[in-house]
Design a protein around this ligand. Structure first.
Ligand SMILES: *Cc1c(COP(=O)(O)O)cnc(C)c1O
Length: 382
């Protein structure tokens, strides 16, 4: 995988020897003759339908995911939108994990509902039990593993076995593990999406998304992507390519740091539970070990219940952790989250405050000291 990350999607001989595929900004592509215009032999025809910057990242991500092909989108959410639109039509039912990224739910409950597509939420830990939820109209199952905010690991092979037997498409949001640590197409899934904004770009400086599909689905995906005009900007494709070159070493660091911090947090006063699937204490740890080869930067932890003032005391004076949405950059982030507000299939009953952490590249002692001081302020106010 490290060799793919370093070499795939680069053709220096086509760019005067320059190592990186340059940014090709452009709309119009000109053709020298009527024959060339009509025959479609030039690799690119118009800015929206393809350019070298996009081709570079498509090639690289397809190799990483073991996919038949990949398309690029202007954000992770647009990747999820186009992936779903490529396999759903009016009257269909979609099975959606209850642990999905919140904007994915809003897309389903808003736009898809308006188009006559029904979404049914399921327990992320349902596994082969998904068979009981399938109706004649079920045409797609969407998974996200581990789940956003709550980190349940899904039994993807059990789900895809059921889906394949019934001709149902399985989609995976693979943003957390990246193709380095989780290979959904090998586990039977059809379509994989990435919030490229996060680990692929890796520096908090661009919005980006990718959708990869197996041979069964790539044609339909590519058609839907072209017809909806949802191309990514060449500048953002370039930033994603640049980020991807160092993905393996960044992931290794994120993984080691997040794990160290997570197990340290498990021992801190005031911390009730740490939700990180690579910790032996996690309820889905065995499943995680079976299907994943590594873990990401992001995990959550539950604090002892306390009033909002305690959270305020902890977070308002925190120094190194930025309080903000998103994740995947070099800098650490912390975010109070509340799954109870959105969950429907499996209500979130934890009454302690839930915080999500993205572990960046600051010094570990500094990160621990900042959190320790924050936890002390929390406990003093609790
Ligand atoms: C951020 C995120 C997305 C959406 O990506 P954007 O680029 O912000 O649109 C999708 N899925 C997951 C798991 C995410 O964390």
């Amino acid at each position: 995988m490290e060799t793919i990350l370093t070499h795939s999607g680069r053709w220096p001989e086509e760019h005067h020897g320059f190592v990186n595929t340059p940014v090709t900004r452009g709309s119009t592509v000109v053709f020298p003759t009527l024959d060339a215009l009509e025959k479609g032999t030039q690799p690119y025809r118009y800015g929206r339908t393809g350019n070298p910057s996009a081709h570079s990242v498509e090639t690289l991500v397809s190799e990483l995911e073991g996919a038949a092909g990949t398309v690029l989108t202007p954000s992770g959410l647009s990747a999820i939108t186009i992936a779903l639109l490529s396999c759903l039509k009016a009257g269909d039912e979609l099975l959606m994990t209850d642990s999905a990224y919140e904007p994915t739910r809003k897309l389903c409950n808003g736009v898809l509902a308006r188009m006559g597509i029904t979404t049914r939420y399921y327990d992320p830990r349902i596994g082969a039990g998904i068979a009981d939820l399938i109706s004649d109209n079920t045409s797609a199952i969407f998974t996200e593993s581990p789940g956003s905010l709550t980190f349940e690991v899904q039994d993807l092979p059990a789900i895809t076995a059921v889906a394949r037997a019934r001709g149902i498409t399985t989609l995976v949001d693979n943003s957390w593990a990246t193709p380095l640590y989780y290979r959904p197409l090998e586990l039977g899934a059809d379509i994989v999406v990435h919030a490229g904004t996060k680990m692929f770009v890796g520096h908090s400086d661009a919005m980006f998304g990718t959708i990869s599909a197996n041979a069964d689905w790539f044609g339909k995906l590519r058609e839907t992507h072209l017809l909806t005009g949802t191309c990514a900007s060449p500048d953002d494709a370039f930033l994603a390519a640049r980020g991807l070159r160092t993905l393996a070493i960044r992931m290794k660091e994120h993984e080691a740091r997040a794990l160290e911090l997570a197990s340290w947090l498990e021992r801190q006063p005031g911390v009730r539970q740490v939700l990180h699937p690579a910790l032996p204490s996690h309820p889905d740890h065995d499943l995680f070990k079976r299907d994943f080869t590594g873990s990401g930067s992001l995990f959550s932890f539950v604090l002892k219940p306390a009033p909002r003032a305690a959270l305020q005391a902890m977070l308002d004076d925190i120094e190194l952790y930025g309080m903000g949405y998103s994740w995947g950059g070099y800098e650490s982030l912390i975010l109070p989250v509340n799954p109870a507000r959105i969950r429907t299939a499996v209500p979130w009953r934890e009454d302690g405050n839930l915080l999500r952490i993205h572990t960046g590249f600051e010094g570990m002692d500094d990160l621990k000291a900042d959190l320790k001081a924050g936890l002390e302020r929390y406990m003093a106010t609790a």
